[in-house]
Design a protein around this ligand. Structure first.
Ligand SMILES: [Cu+2]
Length: 173
């Protein structure tokens, strides 16, 4: 189940969309990651994270360890549903903490189930693949999204990851 290197990675990755480029990711220390986690202004209700106010700050982490299945984590909730208000400016910070493994965070209207090789077009916002973090390092990227009301999904475009559950819903009302 380890899908991680070489040309295989690129096969399922959407090229369209306003994505943060792989080369634009930056390295973060553990204390910088803690600060990014602390500025998330969502509130947890079970498996939902709700954001109110004009600016939502959403910090998404791919945590160590990633086994048995890779996942996203927001406020320590696995692949939560994000509850947003239309008109909100959503400032995402996406952090990959998994040594040696790339991931991405991409927003789409396409609904699951996602195939092994997801062909996600268009991607509305998000990132290309992260550069694989070095030992003890994290990499991150910031991007802003201003969604209209509707139902969306976020997912990782690495082959197999969304297929195995590395995705979540976004509801904008
Ligand atoms: Cu992934």
């Amino acid at each position: 189940m380890v899908l991680g290197v070489g040309a295989l990675l690129q096969a399922g990755v959407a090229s369209a969309g306003p994505l943060v480029r792989t080369g634009a990711f930056k390295e973060a220390t553990s204390s910088q990651v803690r600060a990014m986690l602390a500025r998330d202004n969502g509130t947890v209700h079970g498996t939902i994270v709700s954001y109110r106010g004009s600016v939502a700050r959403v910090t998404v982490v791919v945590p160590q360890p990633e086994f048995p299945f890779p996942k996203f984590e927001i406020h320590h909730v696995d692949n939560p549903t994000l509850d947003l208000r239309a008109g909100t400016t959503v400032k995402f910070t996406f952090i990959d903490r998994v040594m040696g493994f790339s991931h991405s965070f991409q927003i789409t209207r396409k609904a699951p189930p996602f195939p092994m090789f997801p062909k996600i077009r268009p991607v509305l916002a998000g990132t290309e693949l992260s550069p694989p973090p070095g030992d003890g390092k994290s990499v991150y990227a910031d991007f802003t999204w201003r969604p209209a009301a509707g139902h969306y999904y976020y997912l990782c475009a690495i082959p197999g990851h969304a297929h195995m559950g590395m995705f979540g819903a976004i509801i904008v009302k």
